[in-house]
Every structure is written in C-alpha cells, then in structure tokens.
Design a protein around this ligand. Structure first.
Ligand code: EPS
Length: 383
C-alpha cells in the first residue's frame, strides 16, 4: 500500500490517493467526515477552522461503499480559496520569513522570493489528507477489532501525569473534552495557558499520546532495519508538521531507569482470552509500548509525540527581508495559537496507516476475505 497527498492550503482542495488498499472493505464517508471534524476542533485553533466545512468526496475506488481494490481518490474542497492553477491572483508577495516555519529553508531550496509559494504547500492544512487516509485505514482495522485513541498529555509546561487503562477509557473521557484531554483539572490549566499565550500574541506546543489496542503480535520484523514496526511508526509520526519528538512506550524514561525496573516481565495464562486466543502470553506492564525487536508483541501500542509551538506569532520575532536583506519583523499570517487538541487525530491517522501497511505485509493485500482467512489461521495456529 502507498499513498500520495496533493493540494495547497488556499488552492482548490486537498487530494489523497490510496493505492494497494484491499478489495471488499466497507467505507463510510460519515466516519471520514467525523474524523475531519475532530481535526478542526481543539481549543486554540485559528479562524480558518470556522471557514472550512471539510467534507470528503470519494471520487474513485469504491462501489456501493465497498472498496474495489483500485486506487481510492478523495477530495476535500477548500472554501478559503485564494490561489488558482490557471488564473492570476493579486496576493502581495510575502518577503519576511517566520523563524520556525519552512519559509526560509523553502525559499533557499526553491530559489524563491515570495514565501507564499512555499507556505501554501507546507501549511499543516495538508494533514486533511492524512486524516482522510487514516480514516479509511481505521475502517479496515475495525475488522480486526483494532481501536485507536489519543489524548493530550501536555500544553506548554502544563503536564498531566494521568495514565489511562485502555483505549476505551481514552475515547470515553476525551469525547466531551475541549482539548482532547482526559485529565479535567489539568485541562482547565491548559486552556488558561492557551488564553494567556493568545493575550500575549504568543503560541504553544505540547505533547500527545496515541494508543492502538488489540494489535496482533507479529507485525513488523526484526530481520532488517526498514522492516521494523517501531521505525515505521516513528517515521510516519515524525512526518506530521511541527512534530519534533516520537517516543514509543517508556521512551526517554527507559534511558533513566535500570533494565530490572523497565522491561516487562512475561506471563502466560490459559484463561486469558485476547485477540480470540484461548491461551496467551501477556505483560503486567507495557514499557515496551507493544513493540519488541521491531515486532508487535500483542500489547497495546503506545506512542508519545511532542510538537513545537506554532511559528506564526502575533508579536513576531526578528527576521530578514528576502528582497533587500534588511532586518525586519517576520510576517504575521492568520494562524492558530495551539494545535495540540487536534494533533491526536492526525497522530491516530498516521498510526492507523502504519499499522494497516504492516497488516497487509503480513496477511496479504488483495482482498479483505483473504486477509481475514490468513489472520484467523495465524492466530489459531500460534501457541
Ligand atoms: C490549517 C490551515 C491554515 C492554518 C494552519 C493549519 O489556515 P490559514 O493559513 O488559512 O489560516 O490555520 O496552518 C499552520 C499551522 C501552518 O503552520 O501552516 C489547517 O487546516 O490545519
């Protein structure tokens, strides 16, 4: 399976193409739209989110809601359309790059003086595509009872230490949250922090955790570096704009503890039923985050990501005008104060894509029927 995304932030729309996705999977557009609505939400999002409807149109690859196995093409039209592929727009050139954004690096790379020609594509609006493709993959993973959930761990310096017990708990407790948060007390402080940053013309980053449960053991491989499931997940999550850190399971805490305190002791119980197995191995702790030696071990996949603050500041930082090379304040474009409340659904999407690819690698990729057959016989045969 592979996927492509296309589209500029203020162009016609955002396009996603998913190729190599199996035949026979039921796909509901209302589910994709619900995920897109989650992406627009979260305290601290900018005014653009009020303008856009973000409804998906599936242009190919399905008949009567069922995938044909042919490429799936999806389109989300932009309402705030300002640039055109054939017509001239009259937007003034943007010349002073924002520190932290792609503006300068992009202009240098593409020998460009108008930052708009860089920012249109590098805007995080592209994550609309990730969510469309992720929502299709989630509907595939549903057939194997894989559930995904995410929650905000921190905004700026406000950190919650609450540890949920299951994906179900995450979904239940975040569903009525303004910030995709489980910890209501900390959420109040996070919202205050966002309000304070807004009043001071500033922005905030933060930390999000994403979980996937009921993931069968044996996805990925330890045989070769580029087949490792942890490496794939890290790559996919690091590709989300603003993300600067990806940790799996214990992550950085592993480095600060001893082996005896950090590795998950192995248990076995005949009565423990998991993934339809009568007998199974399990762990009482999950510091490995569900992956050992690059292979899923049957425990919940736990990934933590950290994102930098949004680079567009109402009180801009010092910069240099690309045309005359004189010192000037960076450009101020309409933007968000904090996107951490929306980051979780994008992270879930990228994790769903990574897991779907790993699933297809292991169980085949032509039809859901074939994959299901292979999956069932694998789970039955093992142990
Ligand atoms: C975004 C749309 C953008 C920004 C934001 C994400 O809309 P506009 O530029 O028209 O206000 O709100 O972009 C960025 C954070 C960025 O760094 O480019 C969206 O749909 O997510």
């Amino acid at each position: 399976m592979r996927f492509l995304t296309a589209g500029e932030s203020h162009g016609e729309g955002i396009i996603s193409i998913l190729e190599g996705f199996p035949k026979g999977v039921k796909i509901e557009t209302y589910f994709i739209d619900r995920e897109l609505a989650r992406r627009k939400s979260g305290y601290g999002r900018g005014d653009r989110m009020q303008i856009e409807e973000d409804k998906v149109e599936i242009l190919s690859g399905l008949r009567n809601k069922i995938t044909l196995g042919s490429p799936i093409c999806m389109l989300v039209r932009n309402k705030d359309k300002k640039i055109f592929t054939q017509e001239k727009d009259f937007l003034p050139p943007l010349s002073v790059p924002r520190p932290g954004h792609t503006d300068l690096a992009g202009c240098l790379k593409y020998e460009e003086k108008d930052i708009r020609n860089i920012l249109e594509r590098t805007s995080a609006r592209e994550t609309v595509s990730r969510v469309c493709i992720g929502a299709v993959c989630k509907q595939f993973l549903n057939n194997f009872n894989v559930n995904l959930g995410s929650f905000v761990v921190g905004v700026g310096k406000i950190i919650s230490s609450y540890k949920p017990k299951s994906v179900r708990e995450i979904i239940e407790k975040t569903s009525s949250s303004k910030l995709n948060c489980i910890d209501r007390e900390k959420e109040k402080l996070m919202i205050k922090e966002i309000e304070k940053a807004k009043a001071e013309g500033d922005t905030l980053g933060g930390i999000v955790e994403v979980w996937a449960d009921n993931v069968v053991y044996g996805l990925g491989s330890g045989w070769h570096w580029d087949r490792r499931l942890d490496a794939k997940i890290a790559y996919y999550l690091m590709s989300i704009p603003s993300v600067k850190t990806v940790e799996i399971g214990g992550g950085i805490n592993y480095a600060q503890s001893r082996g005896s305190q950090s590795h998950d002791a192995i248990c076995f119980s005949k009565s423990r039923s998991k993934l339809g197995l009568k007998n199974c191995f399990f762990r009482k702790s999950n510091n490995a985050g569900g992956i050992e030696g690059g292979i899923s071990n049957g425990e919940t996949i736990v990934v933590r990501i950290a994102a930098k603050p949004i680079p567009t500041l109402i009180n801009p930082l010092s910069s240099v005008n690309l045309s005359n090379k004189k010192a000037e304040k960076a450009i101020v474009e309409r933007s968000d104060i904090c996107v951490i409340g929306a980051l979780g659904v994008i992270a879930e999407s990228m994790l769903a894509i990574a897991l779907t690819e790993a699933f297809l690698d292991k169980f085949g990729s032509d039809t859901l029927k074939e994959i299901m057959r292979n999956y069932k016989s694998y789970v039955k045969a093992n142990f």
